[in-house]
Design a protein around this ligand. Structure first.
Ligand SMILES: [Zn+2]
Length: 133
């Protein structure tokens, strides 16, 4: 389970909307199950169907998280036109099975859907998101 404070949850959806029609991406840092910090990052692909986090951006986030004793809890990205489920590319590029993959779908107008997954070699597991205030 992942606990996301409501303001961060809302900011993630806002980020996805702002980047439409392109995919957005970012990293969530925290401790245990609890998300504490949101890092909004540029999509290195500038694509509506793919994303990548530029290595130098990733490094900056790692350094910041280390300074604040935060762990990487999740990597998130948006699906502007498809459902909240990992694409074939997402599965191929999931290098960190211990880090959750959060997908924000904007497919349904006015009804963004956010889901978290653990993408393993053998299977994809749904992970519960709890929004906390
Ligand atoms: Zn995706």
């Amino acid at each position: 389970m992942i606990q996301i404070p409501k303001p961060i949850y809302e900011r993630m959806i806002e980020h996805a909307r702002q980047q439409q029609p392109l995919e957005c991406c970012g990293i969530l840092g925290g401790r245990g199950k609890e998300v504490l910090t949101l890092f909004e990052l540029p999509n290195g692909e500038q694509s509506p169907t793919r994303y990548s986090i530029p290595p130098e951006e990733q490094l900056k986030v790692y350094e910041q998280m280390e300074k604040e004793s935060l762990e990487m809890i999740a990597i998130y990205h948006s699906h502007p036109d498809t459902i909240a489920f990992p694409s074939v590319t997402d599965v191929k590029l999931a290098f960190y099975p211990e880090v959750a993959s959060i997908i924000i779908s904007l497919k349904e107008k006015g009804n963004p859907v956010m889901k978290a997954f653990r993408i393993g070699k053998e299977a994809i597991y749904l992970e519960e998101i709890e929004i906390v205030s």
